[in-house]
Every structure is written in C-alpha cells, then in structure tokens.
Design a protein around this ligand. Structure first.
Ligand SMILES: [Zn+2]
Length: 580
C-alpha cells in the first residue's frame, strides 16, 4: 500500500466519551471497536502505532449529572472514568493510554492552543444574548435550558437544537423556555453576556483545500464536512460555567467563564499523548513526533455526530497552530440502533427509552469475543445497523463457532490423537492440498486490504471465508475415514489443515483477541504485540509454512456456543430496561 511507504508511524484516536454515564454498545460500534481492530492489526504487522483514548470530563453533561445526583462534578467523573476504563479493558479495547481531560496537564495544552489562536487574531470577543435564570442567578448554556422546538413543536427540545427533528436554531427562537435545573421553576429571560468566538470563516479556503486532498474519505464524512465548509460561521468557544479549562486572558469577563468543552475535548488527544510520552519515556517532548512530524499518519475514529468537530473545527484549530499535522482520515460510523422484538422495528438507542445495552452488563453475561464478533460483523459502516438478539445468536454461533471454532477443534483434536501432538509430516500434495495452501496467503492479503481501507465488515467476512474453505476441504478429504485406510493421506490432510489453523490464529487476532491468544498458546506460536515502537511482522510470518514436527496441545473450545434459552432470557431483561 502506498500509505506504508509515505508514513513511518500511525496515530489513532477514538472520540473521548463523556464521563457521566456507562459506555454502551452504540459507543463501541461507532468509535472504539473499529480503531481497536485496526491498531491490533497494525501491531501484528510490526508497524509503529499509538492508540490514544480517554474520558471527556468537562462540559454541561457532567455538571448536569452532578446537579441531578446532588454530588460534585469531580465525584461524577471519578466514578465514570474508572467504570468506563474498566469496561473498555474487559472488552479488549487496547488503548496505549486512556487519559482524562481533568488532568492539570490538559489545562496547559488547551490554554496553549487558545493563546496561539488568539495571537494569530483568530479569536474575537462578542456580545450575545443567552437564557438566564433569575431564580438560580445563572446563565443556562446548552442543555440547561429546555423548551418547545420552533420547527416541529417537540416539547423537550434543547436550547439551540431539537433531538426530535434535528433542527438547529438560535437561542431566542426557542419557544416556552424553562430551566433544566431541579427546583428551578422560573421562566428564563434573555440576558447579555460576553463570549469569545473562533474565526472559522478565515479558514474556508484552507479547509476546502484540505478536504479536496481526501476523496478517499467515507461519503458520510465528506458530505458533512463540505456542508460545513460551505457555510462557516464564527463559533463560540466559551461558556458561562465554572467547570472547565479557564480562559487564559486578562479580562474581567473571562473570569466567570470557561473554554467550551468541545474546544478542549479534541485537544484531549494531544494532552493524552503528552502524558503517554512522559509515562513511557519520562520525556516531555516524546509526543511531538506523533502530532507534528510529516511521517505520522493520524487517523480519528468517531461516531457520525462528531464529524463536524473532527473534520472541520479541530483541523482549523490545528492549522492555526502552524506546526501540527492534519488527519489523513476521519473514520466515522453511522449509528447502531436497537431492534425491538415487540414492534418488529429498529429504534434509536436512548436513555429515556431504556433500551441501551451497557458494556458492563453484557460482559457479565457473555464473552468479550462474542460481543466483538457480532458488533464487527454487523458494524454500522455505511448505514445504520441494529443490535438484534436473534441475529447475535445466529451470526456468532453460525459463523465464528460453527465455521472457525469447530474447524480448529476438529483439526487439532485429530492431530493430537493420531500424530503424537505434532504437525504431521506431509506426503505428496495433490491439487486440492495445493489450492488451499495457495489460498491462505492470498486471503490474509485480502483481510489486510479490507482493514487498510477501514472496511471492517468485509475484513471479518474474508476471515470467516478462510474457515469456510477449510471446512469444505476437510469434508472432501474426510480424514476421519482415511485415518483407518491411508495414514499418509491423513497426515497430508491434517498437515494442510494445521497450516489453516496457523493462518486463522493470526487472521482472527484483531477481531477476537481472546480466542486468538488461547489458540496461540495451544499451537505454540507468538503473536507479536508490537506498539508505538513497532516490532516483528507476525502477519506476513503467518504466510510461511508451519513446519512438520511443530508441537501442539490438546485444544480447548475457543468460542463457546451461545444458548438459545439464555439469549431469550437476556432479551427479556433488555426489554424490561435492565441492560444498562
Ligand atoms: Zn424539532
């Protein structure tokens, strides 16, 4: 691939989730599993890759949760940062660092970004009208004010956007505003407040030129980014709150305000890379090569709702710094909805509907590989998909268990029993043997090609296809029959099957790393775990023949089958709203 020649290392970020609630499967399918699969693949290749994640700990969602639970914002972020870091780890999401925007280092990074923008003349102060509560004596930014949508009449609309019809409007257009603060029964009034704005229009030409260099981006990202680029307006980057990064200006108006969470959120990637460099090398400057060297390929993974921030606003913020590289790709996924068995329809996952499935809940019931397999096979890549319990059962059991797991088990069991727990010495290879041996390296390339293009559904299908071909071969060769009549033929058949097992072990590792690690132990191979420093190319090593005489152990079940009754039980719990 041309990218491998152009770039020496890859920086992968995944959108920072708010630390005010548990991570759910919609998050995972959108912003975490795809980059994890990608990073695991790159590490297997021995390429240098750094995977950065973390919690988003400022902003209205945090302070609103704190207000509603009657605890401090710090208590909220401490609780959910820890819970989500644990959930990601249990699912095998392999961040090199899972950081926090509440770290003091983040104030330093964010303020440096702001100062540079300000010095460049890209920030200006302006007077705006905002909703204000006279009862609680405070401004009501973002979701602190609710009201009726001026477009569709939805009564639970936010201050400047409606979740029901998707409309965006200015604050004063909101009909029948009310404060979204427990106990506040006053009617909000409009009041003047000074705020700071980022001059996005100044970057229109540069932004378009940047977008023009990336025709390979997904259509959903390009559509949204060009839509914004056609109509850039100055964007407010401050808020009336005391929970956030202080504005580094000597201005009395700045004291009671903080930088807007979406300004500091994306800078969190830089902070976390800085922290990773300090933790790993004790080097304050180790991060710079990942953000400023043209040999770095930066990739941002996120859900569709975050495209404007990653494909428009953050690039502008980086351009204004002068010495940062821009993302080579912004990989955004559509939404994972939830299939409702009662209505037969797919519906949006939402807290009010109570239909979301948290990672911690599902991992208490099911193995992480089962969840990862289904979410990747059913990934919302080019259109929305749905979590459907029957489909979860059918695809995991029918594909990963029956096709791959079963083949590996049959092959290894027969080899252990009949060939002294070693890869057999083959006899003369016939056409079918050779065809399958030729297929393996080609198919590993096909899986890799799909991963390089961020086609994760296609990649996992191609991996399963390896298992399908192997099963066909096994059924044609019938080693359980030839075992009694033709030991040499049986040895050759199982030798070829062992080669498939070896290739499958590597091919499955990005998708289902727990099963891959178990299998690697059984067959005595090492899967490279590389990382930021790179390492050996285990992917290409899997294309080489596994020598006869190599030892292997009695297999265990890599992917236990899901039970129909258990699935029905969990589906009912989910329907009762207990899966979060
Ligand atoms: Zn509306």
């Amino acid at each position: 691939m041309s990218t491998e020649k152009r770039f020496e290392r890859t920086l992968v970020t995944s959108a920072l989730p708010y630390a005010n609630g548990h991570i759910h499967l919609g998050h995972i399918a959108g912003a975490y599993l795809p980059p994890d699969i990608y990073c695991r693949y790159k590490r297997l290749r021995g390429e240098r890759v750094l995977f950065i994640g973390g919690s988003d700990e400022y902003g209205v969602p945090i302070t609103l949760s704190a207000l509603k639970e009657n605890v401090s914002p710090q208590e909220i972020i401490d609780r959910y940062h820890a819970a989500n870091a644990e959930a990601f780890a249990r699912l095998g999401i392999s961040f090199d660092l899972y950081g926090r925007t509440s770290w003091p280092l983040h104030i330093d990074t964010t303020q440096a970004f702001f100062k540079k923008l300000d010095e460049g003349g890209f920030v200006h102060k302006d007077d705006v009208q905002l909703w204000y509560s006279e009862q609680t004596e405070r401004f009501l930014p973002d979701r602190y004010v609710k009201g009726t949508c001026p477009r569709c009449g939805f009564e639970d609309a936010n201050g400047d956007e409606c979740e029901n019809c998707g409309a965006q409007y200015s604050y004063e257009e909101l009909v029948a505003p009310r404060a979204n603060i427990p106990g506040d029964t006053s009617t909000p009034v409009l009041r003047h407040s000074a705020h700071w704005f980022l001059d996005l229009p100044a970057f229109t030409d540069k932004l378009k030129a940047y977008l023009d260099t990336h025709p390979e981006w997904r259509a959903n990202v390009r559509g949204i980014a060009y839509g914004w680029a056609e109509d850039l307006r100055p964007r407010c980057i401050t808020r009336d709150t005391d929970w956030g990064v202080p504005i580094p200006l000597d201005d009395p108006d700045a004291a009671a305000k903080r930088l807007y969470v979406w300004f500091d959120n994306v800078i969190g990637y830089v902070t976390n890379t800085r922290q990773w460099g300090i933790d790993t090398y004790g080097d304050e400057n180790a991060w710079e090569i990942w953000w400023k060297d043209a040999g770095t390929r930066a990739l941002y993974f996120l859900g569709k709702d975050n495209v404007p921030f990653h494909a428009v606003i953050f690039p502008v913020m980086l351009m204004a710094q002068g010495d940062y590289i821009l993302a080579d790709n912004v990989v955004a996924n559509e939404y994972l909805n939830v299939f409702n068995r009662a209505t037969g329809q797919s519906e949006k996952g939402s807290k009010s509907r109570g239909n979301m499935i948290s990672v911690r809940w599902i991992l208490d019931k099911f193995a992480p590989d089962a969840v990862r397999y289904y979410l990747c096979a059913n990934a919302p890549e080019s259109r929305d998909s749905s979590f459907d319990w029957d489909e979860f059962l059918a695809r995991y059991n029918g594909e990963l268990c029956d096709v791959v797991g079963n083949f590996v088990h049959r092959c290894l069991t027969m080899t252990v029993r009949n060939f002294d727990s070693q890869v057999p010495e083959p006899g003369v290879l016939d056409e079918e043997d050779q065809a399958l041996l030729d297929f393996l390296p080609r198919q590993l390339d096909e899986v890799a090609d799909a991963l390089e293009r961020f086609r994760f559904r296609q990649a996992i299908e191609r991996f399963i296809e390896m298992g399908r071909r192997a099963n066909q071969y096994f059924d044609v060769k019938q080693p359980w029959v030839t075992r009694k009549t033709d030991p040499e033929r049986t040895a050759t058949t199982l030798y070829v099957c062992c080669q498939v097992v070896r290739a499958l072990c590597t091919a499955m590792a990005p998708f289902v790393p727990f099963g891959a690690a178990t299998l690697a132990d059984i067959i005595g191979i090492t899967l490279p775990t590389g990382g930021p420093e790179g390492g050996e190319d285990g992917w290409n090593a899997a294309k080489e023949l596994w020598p006869a005489g190599s030892p292997l152990q009695k297999p265990t079940v890599l992917f236990p089958k899901l039970d129909k009754d258990e699935i029905a039980l969990r589906a009912e719990e989910h329907e009762r709203g207990e899966a979060f």
